[in-house]
Design a protein around this ligand. Sequence first.
Ligand SMILES: [Zn+2]
Ligand SMILES: [Zn+2]
Ligand SMILES: [Zn+2]
Length: 238
Amino acid sequence: MFAPVTRSTLKKERKLEKQGEIWELQEYRRYKTYQFYEDSSTYHGRCPEFLQTELRLREIAQREIFLEEEIERTGVAESKLEATQEEIQNLKQEYFLAEQKNNRWRADIACGSMRRGLDLWRSHPQWYLHKTLSDDCADRGGCCGRACGCCRDRKLRPERQSGAGHCTVECGCCQQFRGFALTDEAKETMKKLYPLDPKKNFSYCLKIYRASIFGLDGDSTKSPFDLIDKPPGYEQDN
Ligand SMILES: [Zn+2]
Ligand SMILES: [Zn+2]
Ligand SMILES: [Zn+2]
């Protein structure tokens, strides 16, 4: 399904961008997206799925770092080594498929205003350091609540950039801070507390959606780029 491109929508977007009114531009795009999907329970389109897959990419990337460090530093018992290496192999496959899934979504994203909003916001390589997302990380007990700086500078390989971002239940630094490993059951419980599903927690999902897709914060009319910890040299594209 494609949104009809209207001349007036594009004209208004270009005018706002030219004037450097980035909050107004992104808010307008968010509103146009909302209008396009109309029904408030579905207006995110397939966005929750996209956000859930992004979360899974981060979980995988963080789990890989944890397992590789475990093998390197602490050593893994001979009896466990094979299982650990098998898990690493399986994660590679899962990461590849998850990345493909999100590339596909970006390729056929239904609403033009949403696509343009996402492209502008994600043009900044550290979009995920947006205040809303960093605060959410701290709320969930992640590294943004401490001084270690993991989310800003996670040791990711170049092919794991889609997994950049905030702590998940798989963050090794968080585990070290907690002093114990979460069981699989506890990980599921943690994830259920913060569901990226509008049917389970509409306001939480909306908050993460607005910040992740458009760079918007519910309490601010600042340019999204000014809500990143380190403001970028955002160049206007005239
Ligand atoms: Zn940390
Ligand atoms: Zn964080
Ligand atoms: Zn962490």
